[in-house]
Design a protein around this ligand. Structure first.
Ligand code: TXA
Ligand code: MG
Length: 354
């Protein structure tokens, strides 16, 4: 058990926070840090004992590999070996989207411990744009392994308060730099070369970098999801990002069959009074992803925050309204489906999430 401390970092004053975080990371400790997507639980990526603490604090199964964060594009060669046939794509993608919310799956460098990659021959790598994480990288001078700072299977944290709820008592320090700018975890792709054609990008996880943005550089194809016991990317387990309160994604208002006496909350898109979802029921609570305006970027930023609000509202169930599946809406719907306890995903969740 730890007594978890919160240290504040702002763009103007982050020195103490950076120093403290680096001191702990150098000792092989774990620290929750902000990124532009969600908060991460960080360890020195080259120190297996430190990485083991990340798995333990999250109750994360050892078969679920971590993302390695690097300080600069030049550091990529220290953690991955970029095959010749995709070198040009990697260089174009990293020039366009790094630092930022794009993670690349590449053959791993032997220096990266097997624990980080769960024994896979590949490693997931990204360069975060968050100024605090960048400052920590600069002082630490080492790659940082960091999954989202939540317990396994639960909602990713987009604020220090949310990290405290997830991991309070399990980690020594949280660096608080306010709310995350993107609010959804990075887009994850693997790259496959094709002779005389643009490459194929296998989309392992939809995220802030959209299919439309990636299409300029290659053909985007979804990875087929495995249903067996050992998925190759468990963040893509059918159930993930789940609140404790049952959540149901309601594809059509007509599908809602409330049970008498139960308290239902609505996770609405715009939350306007004349919306067919808002009018459907005397909701115990309504929270909106993009109040009034209906902007997908705002909805992405607020999704996990609003899911937490509803989860803490003492409801029997959360009913979620769908958003349009274009641009960022693809990543939002992906998270809502995985959070949903409806239908087939329910059993999977019971089997996997902790
Ligand atoms: O935005 C993000 O990506 C955040 C911030 C903290 O960087 N991190 C994050 O990490 O979401 P995590 O561990 O919650 O999700 C990483 C996902 C997992 O689903 C994992 O299975 C997958 O990446 N992954 C990691 N290494 C992989 C690999 N070599 N091949 C396939 N999937 C991999
Ligand atoms: Mg996660």
């Amino acid at each position: 058990m730890y007594e978890t401390r919160i240290v504040h970092a702002t763009d103007d004053d982050m020195k103490d926070a950076v120093r403290e975080a680096c001191a702990l990371l150098r000792e092989g400790e774990i620290v929750a840090l902000p990124t532009e997507t969600v908060y991460g639980l960080a360890a020195d990526a080259l120190n297996p004992a430190a990485v083991a603490k990340v798995f333990a604090a999250k109750d994360r199964p050892s078969f679920d590999p971590l993302i390695v964060h690097i300080a600069s594009r030049g550091d990529l060669k220290n953690v991955a070996i970029v095959p010749q046939d995709i070198a040009d794509s990697v260089s174009k993608l990293t020039a366009a989207f790094w630092p930022g919310p794009l993670t690349l799956i590449l053959p791993k460098h032997p220096d990266v411990p097997d624990l980080v990659t769960s024994g896979l021959s590949t490693v997931a790598v990204r360069q975060s744009a968050h100024p605090v994480l960048r400052a920590i990288h600069k002082e630490l001078g080492r790659p940082i392994a960091a999954p989202s700072a939540n317990r396994f299977g639960r909602i990713s944290p987009t604020s220090a308060t949310a990290v405290m709820k997830e991991l309070g008592g399990r980690i020594p320090l949280i660096v608080d730099a306010g709310a995350c700018a993107e609010g959804l975890e990075s887009t994850i792709i693997a790259i496959e070369a094709r002779p005389n054609k643009k490459p194929v990008f296998r989309l392992h996880r939809a995220g802030p970098i959209t299919k439309e943005q990636l299409q300029e550089f290659g053909k985007v194809e979804k990875v087929k999801e495995k249903t067996g016991d050992l998925p190759h990317a468990p963040g893509q387990l059918p159930s993930h990002y789940a609140p404790l309160t049952p959540l149901m994604l309601l594809e059509r208002p007509a599908d809602f069959k409330p049970e008498p006496g139960k308290k239902y909350g609505l996770l609405s898109y715009r939350g306007e009074d004349d919306s067919p979802y808002v009018r459907l029921h005397a909701w115990a609570r309504v929270e909106s992803l993009s109040p009034g305006s209906g902007k997908l970027a705002e909805a992405a930023i607020r999704l996990f925050f609003v899911m937490r609000l509803l989860d803490e509202a003492g409801l029997d169930a959360i009913i979620a309204e769908p958003v349009s599946e274009t641009g960022l809406g693809v990543a939002i719907m992906d998270r809502l489906r995985r959070a949903s306890t409806s239908g087939a995903t329910h059993e999977k969740r019971m089997g996997h999430a902790s």
